[in-house]
Design a protein around this ligand. Structure first.
Ligand code: ATP
Ligand code: MG
Length: 779
């Protein structure tokens, strides 16, 4: 138990009965959980198989797994360290048949959900313009988080018109998911709670299995998660939860802070431990965090302290606009790393994903390795969704959503009207779309489409054959790309965009190959599940010496020596929505988020903002964030400067009339006149618009002015473009291709930043391909 203070030690040694650890950021809550796992195993002799540790994100689970592996030697891998969702997937894969679902169910993402609701609205003749899908989905998700079934929902809302409509949609939606053997993300937990409720034998099995349960970040659990934990823990009551009410930042997802505040009511015999020493951040950073969070009312007062000394002061910078802000950040990164900091020690955090674009671009320009987590999700890209849909159709024929997505992609002349006819036939005969397609000759009124659909069914059957013969997943993957013509179509298109798409597909293939290497007996269903559960943040690994970019939400539980909080402006952070909200807690939640952001920093914290910023297509001036003003000026490196800034902003509030034009050119630097911000008097006007751009906003909307720097945006590793392609073969050379085998290069044509290579393959056939995708090896 070395490396724990007295209170932490006390918490670790508490073995039986409920335990609540309520403590501020960086006080070692997560550390206590991992040490407690070790203590239970090594000192008490608990079987690792009986321990369950639940965390909030896959990234946090991986980190906890690492930490546990480091302190306990043998058996650590048998401890279940898991997120709520992956825990539930595992339970459902075993027992979903008790709920009337097959165990090879699909997991719907938000797009799948949307198209399901869209179809339901069509059937129910509800106008989506008046009642958008999103509205229904939000309400359904809300109900599920509170464990309200469609029937209960209908009963509770019998008088309100919109809500009765929602009740019908909710009920139809659940019927549909069941028919297609699918769960959405909320279902994963909902259905486990339902499973446990109606199957005491299953519940008891898991109760006996998980005799010791620990939940990290308990402040962000919602009601349904609370219920599930309660069910699991109700037999042995060895439940340890840790959390910080000041870090509750997921209310919008239904997180219920009262779960933590009422823990003592729910478990009156609970032992409560408070930790107050912070081990993460130096004194100045901690003082700033304390000062900000103090402005929230309705919180349990805590005073975090550190014995690490004050450390470095905070740095605040206000730049002219977001491009200059990013330049400053990047310059400072270069300075830090020149003085010995590692890239991986640095994190850039922001309120919204969109802010990552410019920061990413600037980092690309200066050649700084970095990774953007979240946001532009790789798996949301069209080409990736298409290929995934193929894989899902091959895996599970019952789902219309995926089938509809790919039936005419690439184009095979099967139109919507045809699909609707088949779907109507399927509905009338209580079949799935795929089943109807398998007996397509019996579907009336299709004429020429019959042949097209038959050959599509044959195509899919061919893919299923590959699985049945237990060929590797990568073989299936390649065959899909090839036999459907998907790859050829993109190659033929020969645009930058299609190249990027091919590159993404290639990245997905890498993932398939990696999965095969990691899991010898990997099945297609396993792979699909793995993908459904990953979020970009999960791929973070400490071996990657890269600057990390993520939202503050995504940074929860993590720590970095150097943290930049960017975009510290009113209407960005706190968000405009929180500022305008009637709900007072909305602002408090933003402040808690700020507290989370500040407390990620260990050594040094940079806060920055821009005087004006493009937002939703127009350029606006924003005041410095109120959170900056809540930090005592003395904590800043240049306290005079911050006081001046704040004062100047206050004086200027409302007096502002305009921002005069600057050029947002490729350098991002050249056009910035000194002090060109100050109102109408200044006349720099080079490029953006010759007059005051406020007056030209409407014009600017009609004729978009390019403000994009010349480099393409980077979204992390897999999207990096502009790499120099060096070939190690030439015309006449013998080469090997991964799929097509050996051949001879007959032609090499340079085009753009790639080469078009023509190869005569020994097995027959001449193929033209891009060198960057062909990955030919010289023999
Ligand atoms: P958060 O609220 O952000 O999740 P936390 O309370 O979970 O924070 P940890 O991540 O467990 O805090 O700990 C913060 C840092 O302090 C970690 O680097 C951890 O290793 C270190 N730490 C915690 N307790 C001690 C201790 N007793 N001695 C030395 N270092 C410690
Ligand atoms: Mg933690």
């Amino acid at each position: 138990m070395a490396g724990l203070n007295d209170m932490q030690d006390l918490a670790c040694r508490h073995v039986d009965g409920p335990l609540l650890i309520l403590a501020g950021a960086g006080s070692g809550k997560t550390r206590v959980i991992t040490h407690r796992v070790a203590y239970l195993m090594d000192e008490i002799g608990v079987n690792p198989y009986n321990i369950l540790a639940i965390t909030f994100t896959n990234k946090a689970a991986a980190e906890m797994r690492d930490r546990v592996n480091n302190i306990v030697g043998e058996g650590a891998e048998r401890v279940w360290v898991s997120t709520f969702h992956s825990l539930c997937v595992r339970i459902l894969r075993r027992f979903s048949d008790r709920l009337g679902y097959a165990t090879n169910f699909n997991i719907y993402d938000s797009d799948d959900q949307k198209s399901a609701v869209k179809n339901i609205l069509k059937e129910l003749k509800i106008d989506p313009k008046k009642y958008p899908e999103k509205m229904f989905l939000a309400e359904i998700s809300n109900a599920k988080e509170r464990y309200i079934s469609p029937d209960q929902y209908a009963k509770m809302n019998a008088t309100d018109f919109v809500k009765t409509q929602t009740a019908t949609v909710y009920s139809e939606y659940m019927k549909r998911l069941r028919k297609f053997n699918a769960f959405d993300f909320d279902d994963l937990i909902y259905k486990v709670v339902e499973l446990f409720e109606h199957n005491p034998d299953v519940l008891e099995l898991y109760q006996d299995r998980f005799r010791y349960i620990m939940v990290d970040e308990y402040q962000d659990t919602n009601h349904i998660q609370f219920l599930m934990v309660k069910q699991l823990a109700s037999k042995y009551r060895n439940l340890c939860v840790v959390g910080d009410d000041d870090q509750s930042i997921y209310k919008f997802r239904g997180a219920n802070i009262t779960n933590i505040l009422n823990f003592e009511k729910e478990y009156p015999d609970a032992k409560v431990v408070k930790l107050e020493q912070n081990y993460r951040s130096c004194g100045n950073i901690l003082a700033a965090a304390n000062a900000v969070i103090k402005h929230n009312e309705g919180r349990k007062d805590k005073a975090l302290w550190t014995d690490q000394g004050d450390g470095e002061k905070l740095v605040f910078n206000q730049s002219e606009d977001e491009y200059m802000e990013a330049d400053r950040v990047v310059n400072e990164i270069i300075r830090l790393t020149a003085n010995g900091a590692q890239y991986k020690d640095i994190a850039l955090l922001y309120r919204t994903n969109a802010q990552s674009r410019i920061l990413g671009e600037k980092l690309v320009m200066r050649g700084i390795p970095h990774r953007v987590y979240g946001g532009q999700n790789f798996y949301e890209r069209k080409e990736i969704k298409d290929i995934m849909a193929y894989l899902k159709v091959v895996n599970n024929s019952t789902d219309d959503t995926y089938l509809r997505r790919i039936i005419n992609v690439p184009k095979r002349g099967i139109g919507d009207a045809t699909v609707d006819k088949v779907a109507a036939f399927a509905a009338a005969n209580d079949m799935t779309l795929m089943e109807a397609m398998q007996i397509i000759e019996q579907v009336p009124g299709l004429q020429r489409s019959v042949a097209k659909i038959s050959s599509f069914v044959e195509l899919i059957d061919g893919f299923r054959g590959i699985i049945e013969e237990q060929e590797p997943l990568s073989t299936l993957f390649d065959r899909i790309l090839e036999d459907t013509g998907y790859e050829d179509e993109l190659i033929a298109e020969h645009t930058d965009e299609s190249m990027a798409r091919l590159e993404n597909i290639d990245e997905l293939r890498n993932r398939v190959v990696q999965f095969e290497t990691d899991y010898e007996e990997a099945t297609l269903a396993d792979f699909l599940e793995d993908i459904a559960l990953v979020s970009e943040t999960d791929k973070m690994s400490d071996d990657d010496n890269m600057v990390k970019l993520m939202t503050i939400h995504g940074s929860k539980g993590l720590e970095f020596p150097y943290v930049f909080l960017c975009g510290m402006e009113e209407r960005i952070f706190p968000s405009a929505m929180a500022i305008n909200s009637d709900d007072e807690d909305a602002l408090e939640e933003e402040r808690r988020l700020c507290y989370v952001g500040i407390t990620r920093a260990m050594k040094k914290l940079y806060l920055s903002c821009a005087r004006n910023r493009m937002l939703h297509g127009s350029r606006n001036c924003n005041d410095i964030s109120r959170f900056i003003k809540e930090i005592p000026p003395l904590l800043f490196q240049d306290s005079g400067d911050i006081t001046r800034h704040v004062k100047r902003m206050e004086e200027r509030q409302f007096a502002d009339t305009g921002y005069t034009g600057n050029r947002y050119g490729s350098s991002g630097q050249s056009g910035y006149g000194k002090g060109s911000y100050h109102g109408k008097s200044s006349q720099t006007g080079s490029g953006y618009s010759s007059s005051n751009p406020y007056s030209s906003y409407s014009k600017a909307k009609k004729e978009p002015i390019s403000i994009t720097p010349s480099t393409k945006p980077s979204f992390g590793k897999e999207f990096t473009v502009n790499r120099e392609l060096v070939l190690d073969y030439g015309e006449g050379d013998r080469v090997r291709h991964m799929k097509f085998g050996n051949g001879t290069v007959t032609q090499l044509v340079k085009g753009g930043r790639d080469y078009e290579v023509t190869v005569d393959f020994d097995r027959g056939g001449t193929r033209k391909m891009f060198a960057s995708f062909a990955k030919l090896k010289r023999l």
